[in-house]
Write a protein that binds this ligand. Sequence first.
Ligand code: IFM
Length: 484
Amino acid sequence: MAVRRRRALAAGGFAAGALGAAARLAVRRAAWSPNVAEEPAPLEFPPGFRFGAATSAHQVEGGTTNNNWARFERHVRPDGRPAISGDQRCGQAADHWERFPDDVELMAQLGLDGYRFSLEWSRIEPAEGRFDDAALERYRSWCVLLRAAGIAPMITLHHFTEPLWITDRGGFEDAGTVAAFARFVEHVVPALADVCDWWVTINEPAVYAVNGWLNGEFPPAKQDVALAGRVLEHLLLAHARAYHTLHEHDRVDADGDGIPCWVSLATNVVAFEPRHTWNPADVAAAKVAHANFNVRPLDACVDGRFRFGLPGLARRAATHAELAGTLDYVGVNHYFRALVGVNPRAPAGLEVGFDDVTEKNDMGWDLIPATLGDAVRFAARYGRPVVVTEHGICDGEVPDRRRRAFLLDSLHALADALGEGVDVRGYYHWSLMDNFEWAHGFAPRFGLYRVDYATQERTLTGGGQLYRDIIASHRARVGDPPAP
Ligand code: IFM
């Protein structure tokens, strides 16, 4: 099939000030639209590039009732709203726990090289020091199944959930949780090291800290800037402990590429722009957001210097030798461009939102395909290879017009970055199938496969068909063998 390119993409250029004001205004005027005419252009990825899809345990497995999110479902916010939109329960989610073999078949039909999933800590260690090795064995069997289907597993060790015994001790507010997580990792890694090479330690540490302790969207729904900084520091220390444990135990090169163990965290890179480019306060606010959210967590993993600071509100700085040099690659989750402005009433003194002209996904996030290219260019500054560990769009329309167009144009933006020499090794689409989108419940449809939650039937979306065709056309061009 011919994979064609839509019109020239609006430049995202984030880094809060990396672009001139004129270019940023052009972004807003040239708002991306999925309805433009197609122009021919090749979509090229290098041999060995991995096309994958991603999920996380709580969002798809079902039956994860012993964690912080299951408890949060019963939480009522101070204004009377339920914690989860519509007071929904995660329940059986997409029943991935029981349907995994069938779902591997669906992955194979897409032609995936890789599948990223997370371990549910609360299943494996339901009580402190009591390990359920049957649960761990199930995850191991998943890796074996994936590899037999030519799909390389990529395991995330922490993806927004932790067992209630951890929640009860204060979660990552408590420094002791770093040690508890390290013990969990020491238990699981020896059981999985010979069947997995690509690892993600912590998913989106800054999102977890900000949503849980700053804007209150995630559990424990606090709004405390200083605590958010502490949680972020502890998450990065947990990443460091996991990094070293992985390298100590994972010496088996499961896929024969010469690299037995490849580790990163998955950092959510947001393309921050000032709400009003003419307002110096907004420009400064966008820089603060970019520094704390995008830059400093990665800096800390390179040089060991943790820094977090919001002018006049909170400041944390510490050097941790064990954090230095803990990125083998940079895992990038990227979804949107956001506009930042000053708001003295907001907990962090700034607010993040979207414009009123750009095409949106179903959660109101701006859809600007070019920012995926900018996100990997930014990550490449750290001198490591980059993997897009998540990227996607929620589009509940049938047919999913925006998913197709956004995916195609975003992959072109990624291919452009590769063409400039940015070393990107893979792209994992979020998500393999529709899932439980945290506080938003089941309404946002991120899946390449649409899930009918009443029957658990999976249906390939238009975006899924396009992704399958792109992967097939890549294979036809470069003749890649399956990854594992
Ligand atoms: O669903 C989430 C995922 O858990 C983490 N990254 C962003 C996705 C979409 O919001």
